[in-house]
Each structure stands twice: as C-alpha cells, then as structure tokens.
Design a protein around this ligand. Structure first.
Ligand SMILES: NC(=O)c1ccc[n+]([C@@H]2O[C@H](COP(=O)([O-])OP(=O)(O)OC[C@H]3O[C@@H](n4cnc5c(N)ncnc54)[C@H](O)[C@@H]3O)[C@@H](O)[C@H]2O)c1
Ligand SMILES: O=C(O)C[C@H](O)C(=O)O
Ligand SMILES: [Mg+2]
Length: 605
C-alpha cells in the first residue's frame, strides 16, 4: 500500500533505503479512547485514522471526515518545513535554527510516528537541529522555550521519594535511559535543569539510528542545583535555585536514583551524558560493574576518536600496526580527552602484545595550563598516566603552550577536546605544516560549532590541502578551488552510542565492558574503504547511520556473547544468541529495530 501511494522519486528512494528494516506493523495495544488518543503522541495519527479505527476507538466526529494518508501528511510537513526555510531567509542563524527546532518539536509533541519518520528519512538535515549544534542553543534557552514536559525530572528535593516516583512514568517497559545532571552540556558549561534537552536529543538519535522504540526510551534530568549564577537569577529558570550538591550528598542522590531505575527496569541500558569530569569518571567506576551502563562522553567519544585515528594511519599509507608510532597531541584533559587517550593506550598495548613488543606511546596531553608533566602541581590522577617525565619532553617543560608543543613534537595528529573555540589558531595550524606525517590530521572535536578548536576552512588554509579533518559539530565541505574539495568529517559520538546501547540491550548484557566498546570502535573503523580514505573520508555519511548502527550493535552484541555476559532479550535466550552466526545475529538486530509506520490500534479495556 505504502509503495503504490508514493509519488516522488525521493519517496521511492526512502522506501528502498529502509526496506530491509521495515517490518509489517503489528498491532499496538491502547488503553484509552477518543480525544485522549488524539492527545497522545505515541498513538495519535491525526487525520490518518482509518474509518474502522475511528469507530473502534470512539474517534468519530472528533476529526474532519477526510482521511489523509501517512505519505500525504509526510509531504505536507516537509513542505511546511521548506517554506519555513524560505520565510526565515536573512534572519540570524540562531533564530533560523530555533524556528526549525520548534516546528520539529511541535510535531514530536503531537505525532511521534510521523516525527520519527521524517527524522529517519532526513537525518542529515535534521540531526543538526534536534542534536548538535542546535540542541545546545535549545538547552541554553530551555526555560523560555518550555511548553510541555518530556522525560522525568528528579531533584535534590526528591530525596527518599525516588523509588515511588519512578512508577509515575507511564510506560511499563523502558529499554534505554539517557541521564544528565546538566553540569557540562557540550562546551557550554553548567546549564542546570536545562540540560534535559541533551538527553532528549540523544534519545531522538537512539530512535532514528538504533531503532529504539520511542515508547521505551526515557530522558532523565537529575537536578542537584546549579552553579550557574545567571540561571539562578533568571526569573524564568525552571530548576532548583541552589548550589550544586557535592560530595556524599551528591552521590547519595545518584545512588538512590540508580537503585530506583534498576528496581523498576532492571534490563534498561543507562547512558550517562554530559556530567562534569569530576563526577563522570567516578560515577562510571561506581556503577559500571553493577549495572548495564556507560558514559558516552568518556567511552562513546573514545571509540569514535579511535576509529578516526586508525583511519588517519591508513591515510598516511601506513599499516594499522603503525598506530603505536603515531605522535598525537591532545588539547583537553577532561572526560572526553582522557577517555580518548585511555582507549588509544589500550590499542597500543593490544598491538604491542600481538607483536611481542613493549607498549610505548607518544601521546602528549595539554590542558588549560599547558603541557601536563609529572611536575604538575596537584596532578589529576586521571591525567597522571599521560603526564610526561622531564626526560621525555624533548626540551618542552611543564606548562609549555600548544604552539610550542606542536612545533617541537611535529605530531601526526592534533586532537581538540577542550571545549574552547579557536585554540587551534593560525599559529598552531601553521606549526602543523611541519608535522612529520605525510598526511597530518586535525580533529577539532569540541561542540557546539563555535567551540570547535578550528574551522575546516582555517585548517585547510593554514595547514594545507593535504590533511584529514574532522569536527564534532557538522560543517560544510571546503571548496579548495580548481574543483577540489576539502572533505569534512564529523567525529561525533553519535556514530557509536546508538550501537553500544542497541547491542547491550539486544544481548541482555549484564554490564558494558571495554572489549565491547573496542568491538564497536573497530566495527566503525572497518566501515571505510581505501578509496574513501583517499578522498579524506574517515567516517561514513550520517545518512547511513541506521545501517552503521545495526553493524555496531551486532559487534557489541557478539562481544557480549563472547564474554559470556549476554543474558538474552525477550524470547531470545543466551543459548540462541550463542548459536547465531554473524549474519544471523545481524539479521536479528535489524529485525528488532523499530521503524515508524502507523500500526493498527487495538483497544484493551
Ligand atoms: N565530538 C564528540 O563526540 C564529543 C564528545 C564528548 C565531548 N565533546 C566536546 O569536548 C569538549 C570537552 O568535553 P569534556 O567533557 O572533556 O570537558 P571537560 O570540562 O571535562 O574538559 C575540558 C578540558 O579542556 C581543558 N582546556 C580548557 N581550555 C583549554 C585550552 N585553552 N587549551 C587546552 N586545553 C584546555 C581543560 O583544562 C579540561 O582539561 C566539549 O566541548 C564537548 O562538547 C565532543
Ligand atoms: O553531544 C554531542 O554532540 C557530542 C558529545 O556528547 C558532547 O558532549 O559534545
Ligand atoms: Mg556529551
């Protein structure tokens, strides 16, 4: 039916692209009738309710008589989106982006099936709106933009109540939770309760990329106060107006919350997002051996960066084992930068182990106070493994600045996770011209756009055309003249977190191990062909995120099975999972991915 109704070539392409994932829609059980259904975005079909359903569900007379098809609704939405693009021409980028977010958000609030379908089909255009970078702007303005709640809010005032509060969530089943305490939203700092936007955006990506069922995802804000004085003084601010809890008080809230969600949904996968570094590592260590959870900023980012770094080795025409020889300068010693270095060191050990040599790396770590050495006062224990000994610094000293380090080290890769826009300035980029690499790489991974350490245009201009470039937020490719294009990669954890969550869920993994994350990163790295590498491509197009996520999910699932951590999911037991070939488990993953189509609604009284 869907196929014969399609009118445009674009529609045809859409259907083909996802035909492998589309399943015949089974019925959805609904426990409400009439106008209550129209108010519920999970079930609402607007004017597309067929007559039989209008009769069955008490909708007759509540809708205009004409029945509009899903495809017509889809086209009408896209038309209004395009006309908004025209009508906002000439306005500031920020207000255009917010207008686009509003129109998508209104659809999200009204009709989830249509919302997720347009999101999946147009992920390249819409990801920058519902996710990085616009989601940053949305979080900054969340209190003013607020119209209706989404997800759950647990605050410091709810201490002792969380175990009962958790049952206020209407869905019996939750598969995926993204939780933030709002303390470090992208590179925008402490945004308090307004950080809920980031959890919502990540879960939208889960639905679009991993096919998580939107009825079973839950964004959560843990409001433990904010140290952002501007917010506290903002009359519109919707969060607690108190300093952030710290120390044992903070951990007591976290523990109570984790116990509550684990009690109600013991099989749910939990993603920690945008926690400040101080708590990011500590909470990861505290819960990762007890529940199925991971920290996206530490672990998801690390996997994506590692995949890109392995691509950078290939781009130099070197074998992957040469990763151990790479000189990598990392600017930013926070949760993301340290996560990347930890995983890179594990990779070095693995390669060295396989070749019977002593693992040794050439990684340099810089924070806001410059090069980190063993002489650093109050050296952070998490950064200590990467701090240089005096003899190893090639004339550099404690606190040497970025340009000094780049000049001296002549790194193969310069990678930024500092949260500070523009620190890869002209001087630093020009110093990269002296890189020892035949193809230097610049990863400006901080988000959102203005926080990128450098723009791609500046990187190609100042380092030269012969580079690999990646940024955390999306940028257009760079026109290098004479028909040449400087390819811009998006090194964003969105390539991995959906697959990590999906693989963990579908295997029923008890916990998420380093090896499962490694499998995810390797899977992503192997996605790119030599020909693509030659064109400067390190990551596949966001357009194929659903296919990539299925593969990554399968890699994670298979690793969970290999480590005997898979307890199974639904009717798929651990024994069945163990007996599956790689192809069979990939098929299982794909079949389990939710795809938005209107399913028949069946009333259960
Ligand atoms: N692309 C991605 O997928 C991705 C993933 C995670 C985080 N990020 C981005 O990375 C950034 C950092 O995140 P985080 O969680 O590590 O933050 P963080 O606050 O934990 O760490 C920031 C680090 O940068 C250092 N820094 C500050 N100014 C600097 C300077 N001038 N030079 C060098 N270092 C400097 C700080 O000292 C600190 O070590 C954010 O902008 C975030 O959006 C991107
Ligand atoms: O949210 C993103 O776009 C990536 C990452 O998780 C970040 O914190 O910047
Ligand atoms: Mg993040």
């Amino acid at each position: 039916m869907w196929k014969v109704c399609l009118s445009t070539a674009a529609n045809l392409r859409r259907t083909r692209r996802f035909s492998a994932f589309a399943a015949f829609p089974g019925p959805s059980i609904v426990r409400k009738r009439g106008s209550e259904i129209l108010q519920d975005p999970w079930f609402n079909k607007d004017t597309a309710f067929p007559l039989t359903e209008r009769d069955r569900l008490g909708l007759r007379g509540l809708l205009p008589p004409s029945i509009v098809s899903f495809e017509q609704q889809y086209d009408r939405f896209m038309e209004s989106y395009r006309s908004l693009e025209k009508n906002t021409e000439g306005q500031s980028e920020g207000s255009i982006a917010l207008a686009k977010w509003r129109i998508l958000n209104r659809l999200h609030d009204r009709n989830e099936t249509l919302y997720y379908r347009v999101l999946i089909d147009n992920i390249k255009d819409f990801a920058p709106i519902i996710y990085t970078p616009t989601v940053g702007l949305v979080c900054q303005n969340y209190s003013g933009l607020f119209r209706r709640p989404r997800g759950m809010y647990f605050s410091a005032k709810d201490k002792g109540e969380m175990m009962s509060m958790i049952y206020n969530w209407p869905s019996q089943r939750v598969d995926m939770i993204v939780v933030t305490d709002g303390s470090r939203i992208l590179g925008l700092g402490d945004l308090g309760v307004q950080g809920i936007g980031i959890a919502i955006g990540k879960l939208d990506v889960y639905v679009a990329a991993a096919g998580m069922n939107p009825q079973r995802v839950l964004p959560i804000m843990l409001d433990v106060g904010t140290n952002n004085q501007e917010l506290v003084e903002d009359p519109l601010y919707l969060g607690l107006r108190q300093p952030r809890l710290d120390g044992e008080e903070y951990l007591a809230i976290l523990d109570e919350f984790m116990e509550a969600i684990h009690t109600r949904w013991p099989k749910a996968v939990v993603q920690f997002e945008d926690f400040q570094m101080k708590w990011a590592f500590e909470t990861l260590q505290r819960y990762r051996t007890k529940v199925c959870m991971f920290n996206d900023d530490i672990q998801g980012t690390a996997g994506v960066a590692l995949a890109g770094l392995l691509g950078a080795v290939r781009a130099q025409g070197r074998p992957l084992t040469d990763f151990v020889k790479q000189k990598i300068v990392v600017a930013g010693a926070g949760s993301a930068g340290l996560g990347v270095l930890n995983m890179a060191v594990q990779e070095v050990s693995r390669i060295a182990g396989a070749h019977g040599v002593t693992p040794k790396h050439q990684f340099y770590l810089i924070d806001k106070d410059g090069l980190i050495t063993k002489e650093r006062k109050n050296l952070d224990p998490a950064a200590a493994p990467f701090a240089k000994y005096p003899g190893e610094t090639e004339g550099l000293r404690e606190g040497s600045n970025l340009v000094e380090v780049v000049r001296k080290v002549k790194p193969d890769v310069l990678l930024g996770l500092s949260g500070v826009g523009g620190i890869f300035n002209e001087e630093v980029l020009k110093a990269m011209r002296e890189s020892d690499s035949p193809k230097p790489s610049i990863f400006a991974m901080s988000n959102p756009t203005l926080n990128a350490e450098c723009t791609p245009a500046d990187a190609f201009k100042h380092v030269g055309e012969n580079i690999m470039y990646a940024s955390g937020s999306p940028f257009e490719n760079v026109d290098l003249g004479n028909g040449k294009v400087g390819h811009v990669n998006q090194a964003n954890n969105m390539y991995l977190f959906p697959g990590i969550g999906l693989g963990a869920l579908l295997s029923g993994a008890r916990i998420i191990t380093d090896e499962m994350l490694q499998a995810a990163a390797e899977c992503l790295a192997s996605y790119i062909t030599d020909e693509e590498i030659r064109r400067g491509v390190l990551y596949p197009s966001i357009r194929s995120i659903r296919e990539i996520t299925a593969e990554v999910g399968n890699a994670v699932l298979r690793q969970a099975v290999a480590e005997d951590l898979a307890e199974g999911h639904g009717e798929m037991g651990p024994k069945e999972l163990r007996s599956m070939s790689k192809e069979a488990s990939l098929e299982y993953v794909k079949r389990r991915m939710w795809f938005p189509v209107y399913s028949p609604l069946v009333l259960e009284r």
